[in-house]
Design a protein around this ligand. Sequence first.
Ligand code: S3P
Length: 186
Amino acid sequence: MLKSTLDKNLQGSPGPGLIFLVGFMGSGKTTLGRKLASRLGYLFMDLDHIFEAQEGMTIGEYFSKYGEDAFRKRESEVLKNHKYPEHAIIATGGGLPCFFDNMDWMNAHGKTVYIKLMPKTLADRLQNEKDERPLLRERHGEALVQFITEKLEEREPFYNKANIVANGLSLTAERVEELLSFKATS
Ligand code: S3P
């Protein structure tokens, strides 16, 4: 779908054309976000990367240096203070929607899409690429599945506040586009 068509579909909806992707680590926010942005001709941005660029260090380093509470505070400030363009797809860190009023803020400033996946699927995806994620260090196999199950239970009430809850299995950018258009015109 062309950008102009989506603009038409989103006409009358609140927000400046920002689409926030939320979901657990490993749910594919960045990959999907890039594809969606390219289909729509929107800019893609990843709040984890913006955070790292602003702080001049990786999130892992920030966690080690200042701890999780400080990270959550800064992460919320980055979300709320960033100067967004009129249209953008924004991938958010897995924990971001679950702290302070971040989820409500995103709902007030754009559309939100929760990419939903089961703990086992997330664990399979994260097993091989979790080195950069401070919360997953030292967790493997069953312990990783257990950790994700518990964290997801804690986080889903926040994720479920999203405008759209999308089944993340085999989710395509085209499908998200359909869901967004449907929601906007219904
Ligand atoms: C986190 C997820 C990470 C990153 C940080 C904390 C979390 O982002 O923000 O390591 O609490 O789930 P991704 O979901 O992009 O991996």
